[in-house]
Design a protein around this ligand. Structure first.
Ligand code: ZN
Length: 158
């Protein structure tokens, strides 16, 4: 495993649409483990491949308080959503900042895991927010485009 460099706002790779993954090979597995490593080291709860400069549809998420429930989502899609939540959001590609974003309160996601199995789950609150935020990255969208009001400075990165 290796740490990858996190691209920050202004890097054009963050504005591009990522391509679907056609084969879950060793290279994809290595990418997934590197992304998890990079996310945990940066104290993040999610990371999308474009944030490490790779335009492929894969994200990693772990919203557990202990940081021991890693999720790898390949070619993820939101197949249902409901409700709304409005709250502060941060991004490893926008260090030191946060801003208020409205997201669905509940989303159902379909994706492949690293074993090439189709998985489906429903997440609420922080997990729903993280899923929406990371999937936006796959479409070249950074949360700052959705912020209501101004970005503000935060002491710790989210
Ligand atoms: Zn982000």
């Amino acid at each position: 495993m290796a740490l990858r460099k996190i691209r920050t706002l202004g890097d054009p790779v963050l504005e591009k649409v990522a391509k679907p993954i056609t084969e879950i090979n060793d290279k994809i597995k290595e990418l997934a483990y590197d992304m998890l490593d990079t996310m945990y080291t940066a104290n993040g709860v999610g990371l999308a491949a474009p944030q490490v400069g790779v335009l492929k549809r894969i994200v990693v998420i772990d919203v557990s308080p202990e940081g021991d429930k890693p999720m790898v989502l390949i070619n993820p899609e939101i197949i249902a959503k409901s409700g709304t939540q409005t709250g502060d959001e941060g991004c490893l590609s926008v260090p030191g900042k946060a801003g208020c974003v409205t997201r669905p309160n509940e989303v159902t996601v379909r994706a492949l895991n690293l074993k090439n199995q189709q998985i489906e789950f429903t997440g609420t609150e922080l997990l729903a927010r993280a899923v929406c935020h990371e999937l936006d990255h796959l479409d070249g969208i950074v949360y700052v485009q959705k912020v209501e009001g101004e970005l503000h400075q935060v002491a710790t990165e989210e």
